[in-house]
Design a protein. Structure first.
Length: 71
């Protein structure tokens, strides 16, 4: 798998974490949430340009997550 795809997957995971963290706050910043979600969608679009098959994308992402956890 290319390093670009791995970096995009890592960035997507980081944005997911930030979105969850913002939503867990007592008063979530709606503008920040909108920005984070737009960034996450842009990364997802870039990922699908490199790997258009959704099933293949999920398989690759799961493998990258597994490797990141064991690193």
């Amino acid at each position: 798998m290319s390093s670009l795809v791995e970096r995009l997957i890592a960035a997507h995971r980081l944005l997911n974490r930030e979105i969850r963290r913002e939503l867990a706050r007592r008063f979530p910043d709606r503008l920040r949430l909108i920005r984070l979600k737009k960034e996450r969608l842009a990364i997802k679009d870039r990922l699908f340009r490199h790997i258009p098959d959704a099933a293949e994308m999920r398989r690759i992402a799961r493998g990258a997550i597994r490797r990141a956890r064991h690193a």
